[in-house]
Design a protein around this ligand. Structure first.
Ligand SMILES: [Zn+2]
Length: 271
């Protein structure tokens, strides 16, 4: 489906992963075309996407741009590369990451790099946070930003151990300098009020940080105690993720010298 001139969201196979967390895959078509993310490594979904690419951009897929190497976004990239000859562009990955995620970049994408598609240029924006390798892709002419998991269409993205909360907040602030009219997120619906969404995400994280500082002040010093106060009704299946979020905030406070970690619990350094 074309969502803006030359910008398409690709369908997934009906039998594929259609849940709430299904990843979005986009196509940007100029004289040449680029795919933004590739979805899971799943033969049916990849076939459906290749069929769409063949109809919308026959024989001219130049790049597969990866917002980050997580398997729901990058799993299908090798199959699509083999079928189309497109080059995979991603942030620099260590050899261990390349092997773990089975992603090998042909083009190392760096902040502010411009990829030309003939009539359309795509700017790389490094936005570490969800992962340290997270990239957004910006089409300046259209004011469209592909955000991967840096900004998702519902709620807030997960910042886990392969991410960094301080960098995440800085990367959100960095996007306020870009003129964006539409965000195409890695999951969930399109975001048509980008600035409001970005400011909400920053405010949400600042609020969480204040809750954690308040916990520390009142002597709640371990992650589990904080999770039960901050996420009182969290589904038990999401407990580990909630713990990761609290941990990401605590690591930020330690990194900033505002808290310390004894090896067992966290202590606030009041000034
Ligand atoms: Zn992810």
């Amino acid at each position: 489906m074309e969502i803006a001139p030359g910008i398409h969201i690709l369908p997934a196979a009906a039998a594929g992963f259609m849940g709430f967390y299904a990843p979005n895959v986009y196509l940007v078509a100029g004289a040449q075309a680029a795919l933004v993310d590739s979805g899971y490594h799943d033969a049916d979904m990849t076939r459906t996407r290749l069929d769409y690419i063949e109809s919308a951009a026959p024989l001219n897929l130049a790049y597969i741009l990866l917002t980050h190497p997580h398997p729901d976004h990058a799993g299908g990239c090798s199959d699509i590369k083999n079928a189309t000859g497109a080059r995979i562009a991603a942030y620099s990955l260590s050899r261990a990451q390349s092997e773990a995620y089975r992603v090998k970049a042909d083009v190392i994408a760096r902040d502010k790099d411009i990829l030309e598609l003939g009539g359309v240029s795509i700017e790389v924006v490094h936005t570490p946070g969800h992962t340290r390798e997270s990239l957004c892709f910006y089409v300046r002419e259209a004011g469209v930003l592909f955000s991967g998991d840096h900004i998702v269409g519902y709620g807030t993205p997960v910042i886990a151990r392969d991410g960094d909360m301080a960098e995440y907040i800085d990367s959100l602030k960095k996007l306020l300098d870009y003129k964006i009219s539409l965000i195409c997120p890695g999951h969930g619906p399109l975001i048509r009020e980008p600035e409001r969404k970005i400011r909400e995400l920053i405010a949400h994280r600042q609020e969480r940080e204040q809750q954690i500082i308040s916990c520390l002040r009142r002597g709640k010093r371990c992650v589990l105690e904080m999770v039960s106060e901050i996420y009182p009704e969290v589904d038990s299946r999401l407990l580990a993720l909630a713990g990761e979020q609290v941990l990401a905030h605590l690591s930020k406070l330690v990194k900033e010298g505002r808290a310390s970690f004894s090896g067992e619990y966290y202590i606030l350094k009041e000034t």
